[in-house]
Design a protein around this ligand. Structure first.
Ligand code: ASP
Length: 441
């Protein structure tokens, strides 16, 4: 029998009633043997996440202020779960030790990780599963880089001897033993790492939504759900702002050919969204809609560099990018013309060094002109079905022209997985709606 790795997010484990839902879900499928929990999240919109409170304790302690008030709130969160579920664990002992460590100056990452650690202990006790501390198995080099291959071997070796386990998400350790966390939301990554190491049949990611939607529901009213998509499509959508899953959670499972199933803890009957490495043949080309989803971001600047005969100057593009590199600015897109090159950058990063970067471009490539235009939004229309469907681009551009939206940039990768259009920031919502209506409605 194969195993299923199930990760439960913070809202799925925010209080005792949520733990009960999780236990029920686990009991419905006896392959759900390896469980990765987050720290308790918000119980309502005004509530605080335990991770945020732990970080607050660290900050207060650093400033020499007392952590008692904040730590007591954390204590209250965990002890009420333990007492409501009648757990045997010595929760006060566990929390006292953490409090002492924070007061004695434990690192920021140690503090941040303790929400997952304690929640993992509670969940293991409640399910009757083994508790497996990822410190010493999810490995980072001493300079803080995640070591994926060594981690994969170590986690596989250690977990294969266990029948079941609860493995706290979000953290691991460096070779020197220090606790190291992933970036915020990183329990998704831990779940994907465990799924890869165990060659799981599927990686289930249980959260508080029923998967991905074709567009942002704050812009499009009741957008359709995405039932299936590929990791490559997801990557395009999440780069552009669709956030349900941590971006870095894609790599371990995609590499191993394991599908991720996003599911809703509060609505477990819903099949959610399945993300596959490759589509099954019958799903290779979506029948209903040519596109899979639409996502976008605002706040880009475009630097346009013009120079006659630029195309025959070897190393021109490299030197333009070098100017950005020297100021630590990454470029997002790079559409080029015959005698011009446009570099799309994030406004916030670029604005700090704007004049210095332009000066450096003049020094490095002696252009005829450099112009910066601000306030551009980029919308990605994504779909594996677009490749073999003539007329997709024309449908997209017609929709935008009918909505009287001026297109400032067009970029289609040769993978034909997405078409990106740059438009004025102020046209953003209108454009997303127009594209959605043209392809979906
Ligand atoms: N608890 C961590 C956070 O709030 C990690 C996670 O939930 O995945 O970011």
């Amino acid at each position: 029998m194969g195993v299923v790795v199930a990760k439960f997010g913070g809202s799925s484990l925010s209080e005792a009633t949520q733990f009960q839902k999780v236990k029920h879900i686990i009991s419905l499928d006896n392959r759900r043997l390896f469980i990765v929990p987050s720290a308790p999240g918000k119980r309502n919109s005004k509530d605080e996440k335990v991770t945020d409170m732990l970080l607050k304790c660290h900050e207060l302690n650093e400033k020499g202020e007392d952590i008692a008030d904040v730590f007591n709130k954390i204590r209250e969160r965990f002890t009420s779960i333990a007492s409501d579920l009648k757990l045997k664990i010595d929760i006060h002992g566990v929390l006292n030790e953490i409090e002492v460590n924070i007061r004695s100056g434990a690192s920021k990452m140690y503090c941040a990780s303790r929400g997952e650690y304690v929640n993992g202990m509670l969940l293991a006790d409640y399910l009757g599963y083994n508790f497996f501390d990822p410190a010493g198995s999810i490995l980072f080099s001493d300079d803080g880089n995640f070591d994926s291959e060594r981690t994969n071997r170590t986690v596989a070796e250690k977990l294969c001897s266990l029948e079941n386990a609860v493995i706290p998400g979000f953290y691991g350790s460096k070779d020197n033993g220090e606790i190291q966390t992933f970036s915020r939301g990183g329990s998704d990554i831990s779940g994907a790492i465990v799924a890869r190491a165990l060659c799981a049949e599927v990686y289930e990611n249980w959260t508080d939504v029923s998967g991905f939607l074709m567009a942002d529901p704050r812009i499009v009213e009741n957008p359709l759900e995405i039932r299936e998509l590929t990791y490559r499509e997801l990557r395009e959508l999440s780069y552009m702002g669709a956030t349900v899953l941590h971006e870095d959670a894609i790599f371990p499972v995609n590499k191993a050919g394991i599908s991720t199933n996003i599911r809703n803890t509060n609505y477990p009957e819903h099949p959610g969204t399945i993300i596959r490495h490759v589509m099954r043949t019958e799903e290779a080309i979506p029948k209903k809609h040519v596109i899979t989803g639409i996502a976008g971001k605002q706040g880009f600047d475009v630097i346009t560099i013009e120079k006659s005969m630029m195309n025959s100057e070897v190393g021109f593009g490299m030197r333009v990018l070098q100017a950005l590199y020297e100021f630590g600015i990454s470029f997002e897109h790079l559409p080029t013309g015959i005698d011009s090159i446009c570099v799309v950058v994030d406004h916030k990063n670029f604005d700090l060094y704007r004049n210095s970067v332009i000066k450096r471009i003049y020094e490095l490539v002696q252009p005829d002109s450099v112009n910066v235009s601000e306030n551009m939004a980029i919308i990605a229309t994504v779909g594996r079905g677009m490749v073999r469907n003539p007329g997709t681009a024309s449908r997209l551009f017609t929709a935008l022209s009918e909505a009287k939206i001026n297109i400032r940039m067009i970029d289609q990768g040769s993978s034909e997985l997405s078409i990106l259009v740059g438009i004025n920031d102020e046209d953003f919502t209108k454009a997303v709606k127009a594209i959605y209506n043209a392809f979906v409605k």
